[in-house]
Design a protein. Sequence first.
Length: 278
Amino acid sequence: MLTFVPTPLGNLQDITFRALAVFQEATLFLCEDTRVTKSLLRLLQEREILRDFPRADFLSFNEHNGPSRLETIGERLEAESVVYVSDAGMPAISDPGQLLVRYCQERKISYDVLPGPSAVTTVYAASGFPSGRFLFYGFLAHKGREREKALQRVIAQPFDVVLYEAPHRLGKLLEELERTVPDRRLFAAKEISKQYQHYYYGTVSELRRQITREGKIRGEWALVLEGGKSKDASLSSEEIFAMSLPPKIKAKLLARLHGEETSVWYKRVTEEASGKKG
């Protein structure tokens, strides 16, 4: 049996009884970072939350060595009590554990995922946004056209969107959002469940001024951007094609709706218009 175990985001008391029981029985730990996992287990033992430090092997399993690691430990997944943990929170979401899930499914190996700490659901619950419907985008691409397209998709969504961002890129993200949706509501959580946890809420412009005014941005961040309410976010492609608008405007609307480049849609719009005339 392979068990995916969520670990505390910050507060050790968020560990569950089931997680502790699985830890004690494990013979192999697969970890995003073995140092982080061993440190967590030692702290749990020192605080008398975990009875004994597990007598198990510890191996790293990350995005770089995952495929090669499976070649050497595949048989152990079927024969032993194996645990997979990420550095914090729910494993296998935007995480190398996804590879392990697929591996087990393809080979019909038994696995289980324990409920527990998750930054995604925690930050959305704390946001207070009333729709109750959200999409999880995780970390956006760092730069370039790929990031620009991802941001266009996020902004065009009619649903609330949960994002993660590193502290050194948070300022850039807030600037990008302010250029396009300055009045959209935004919720940001810093250091969830840790000593310096803090919530920020308001419009994009308000949060950017508040967060940047406090000085150097530190810590781990999760954000919720309210879903778009603009008319173009609810239009279908067919409705936009049928509008009496210049081709460039149509192309921009379609690019905003679907995330592809404006030039691609401009070509389609002009081809559609030529076909109707013909």
